[in-house]
Design a binder for this molecule. Structure first.
Ligand code: KIV
Length: 289
């Protein structure tokens, strides 16, 4: 059974406050003209309806990242993330947004075996969430799959460089491309994904110069994370920029300190409950006079 209310740019049933105005994959792709994106593309992760509502007015794209495995579920990596998790959170984010393009990550194991497996998974994600695109990790090896999906009505975001689903092969989450051969491989991966038809490409955790070179040489917009200011856009995990975690990667800039604010609010609540200062007359029901 479907879990969402249809809300895509073309739906007549859209409940959007501005119907028909949701950002589309072609419009994101079209932002890069002659190798240059004038105004960088803004992307953030969102996993819940309320966060989507708050971020949507400010973002071109919302990514329901499989980072939700760690951020929401406390998992050790993105490897155990399931299709059910991605579909439930993807539907919530679509319900909470009307302007940004919503892209949903394909979880580990849902697309690597074959283009046909990828199509079955991606079409399920799109049907169950109402999202307008999927993202999958991998370079040259995934190019035939990206082409297969793109030719069958599925807008795809590529993801190269540090690909967290490959953590067991990479051996950790350190920046990639410190050696010449790996730098060339990242550039070749980005080019292959571009030529396969990805409408934009996330480049994560690579030396700055590699990201700059890739952004200049590849025709699809490059969305950087731990990459370069020269990219065509940027993405961060929202909980990182809000300061919800003590430890964040080096490339994260904290724009708020919500962990402290939440701690202070919880401490004030606990103190007032224990002293019976909460609830007061303002928060209790009395007979109407
Ligand atoms: O899963 C995720 O949130 C991501 C972004 C960090 C790009 O892939």
């Amino acid at each position: 059974m479907s879990t969402f209310t249809i809300d895509t740019s073309t739906s007549r049933a859209t409940p959007s406050p501005v119907p028909g105005k949701r950002t589309t994959a072609p419009s994101i792709r079209g932002r890069k003209v002659d190798g240059r994106t004038e105004t960088p593309i803004v992307m953030l992760t969102a996993y819940t309806m309320r966060m989507a509502q708050l971020l949507d007015p400010h973002c071109d794209m919302l990514l329901v990242g499989d980072s939700l495995g760690q951020v929401i579920y406390g998992l050790p990596s993105t490897i155990p993330v399931t299709m059910e998790m991605m579909c439930a959170h993807g539907a919530a984010v679509v319900r909470g947004s009307w302007h940004a393009l919503v892209a949903v990550d394909m979880p580990f194991g849902s697309y690597e075996a074959s283009p046909e497996q990828a199509f079955a998974s991606a079409s399920r994600i799109m049907k169950e969430t109402g999202c307008a695109a999927v993202k999958l990790e991998g370079g040259e090896a995934m190019a035939p799959t990206i082409e297969f999906l793109a030719h069958r009505g599925i807008p795809v975001i590529g993801h190269v460089g540090l690909t967290p689903q490959a953590v067991n092969v990479l051996g950790g989450y350190g920046a990639r491309g410190r050696e010449g051969a790996e730098a060339s491989k990242i550039a070749a991966d980005a080019l292959a994904v571009d030529q396969a038809g990805a409408f934009c490409i996330v480049v994560e955790g690579v030396l700055e110069q590699i990201a700059t070179d890739v952004a200049r040489s590849v025709s699809a917009p490059i969305i950087g994370i731990g990459a370069s200011a020269e990219c065509d856009g940027q993405v961060l995990v929202t909980e990182d920029l809000l300061g919800l975690f003590e430890r964040t990667p080096r490339f994260v800039k904290r724009y708020a300190d919500l962990a402290s604010e939440i701690g202070q609010a919880a401490a004030a609540y606990a103190s007032e409950v224990r002293s019976r200062a909460f609830p007061t007359a303002d928060q209790t029901y009395r007979p109407k006079s």
